[in-house]
Design a binder for this molecule. Structure first.
Ligand code: SAM
Length: 255
């Protein structure tokens, strides 16, 4: 059966890379392991040997019979679109993993970030450029909305780089594996992700402008200074904490 482009199917074929990913995934006994997009089972067969309870969510119905054949009956195979799937069906703390279809990776990350309760851990294969954005620090070119939102919700660590030839068919871009560990208690002063998002859209939407100009419709230069934020800086210089201060300021000013 040919790989389907519309489902983002690039199947892992490199045993060394598969072994390294499996090694990084060490679920604890109280966790439900959930794999998104098991495909032909490159990771799934190994994961099924090591842990129960284990569920997989696959959209392509043509792959389901092959999975049923390969996997022990104890694996819960769910035929569904993960973007529409209600994770509250799972009653245990979640460890979510997968070599994700790249076309849905950003909306899926946001769905999981905003999930209650949050997964305890996540390990995903993503486009390398996206992983570099997730882990980026202030001052770097890759630092932007995705970095701030991900780091607001989670501790983020790159696990390994994966070359395109580890897959069949090989994607046009390189990949990387990332670990996301949602904060158990909010490490930053609480704010509403919606307001944080509003600040980030304005600040990074006009990346080359100073904050004084990019945020002028939301926060004045004087108000930025009062939060110890230099209004002549650009968005890429601000820490996650400083963006959260801006969002909290907006919340207070709108009450
Ligand atoms: N895990 C396999 C591997 O590493 O070889 C396959 C990875 S492939 C990059 C992505 C998998 O996600 C495919 O099996 C694809 O059919 C599945 N998929 C695509 N969109 C999906 C969705 N919305 N919900 C669930 N699975 C999806």
């Amino acid at each position: 059966m040919q790989a389907k482009k519309r489902f983002g199917q690039n199947f892992l074929q490199d045993p060394g890379i598969i072994a390294q990913i499996i090694d990084a995934i060490r679920p604890q006994t109280h966790q439900m392991l959930v794999e998104i997009g098991p495909g032909r089972g490159a990771l799934t067969e190994h994961l099924a040997r090591g842990h129960q309870p284990f569920s997989v969510i696959e959209l392509d119905r043509d792959l389901i019979p092959g999975l049923r054949q390969k996997l022990p009956d104890s694996v819960n195979i769910i035929e569904a679109d993960v973007l529409k799937y209600d994770f509250s069906h799972f009653s245990m703390p979640l460890f979510v993993v997968g070599n994700l279809p790249y076309n849905i990776s950003t909306p899926l990350l946001f769905k999981l970030f905003e999930q209650t309760p949050k997964p305890e851990r996540m390990i995903f294969m993503l486009q390398r450029e996206v992983v570099n954005r997730l882990v980026a620090n202030p001052g770097s070119k890759a630092y932007g909305r995705l970095s701030v939102m991900a780091q607001y919700h989670c501790g983020v660590t790159k696990v390994l780089d994966v070359p395109a030839n580890a897959f069949n068919p090989a994607p046009k871009v390189d990949s990387a594996v990332v670990e996301l560990q949602p904060h158990r208690t909010q490490v930053h002063d609480t704010t509403e992700p919606k307001l944080l998002s509003e600040v980030l859209v304005s600040a990074f939407g006009k990346r080359r402008k100073t904050l004084r100009n990019a945020l002028s419709h939301l926060i004045t230069a004087e108000e930025l200074s009062s939060m110890d934020i230099d209004p002549t800086l650009r968005a890429e210089a601000l820490t996650v904490k400083q963006f959260i201060d801006c969002a909290n300021f907006l919340r207070a000013s709108r009450q």
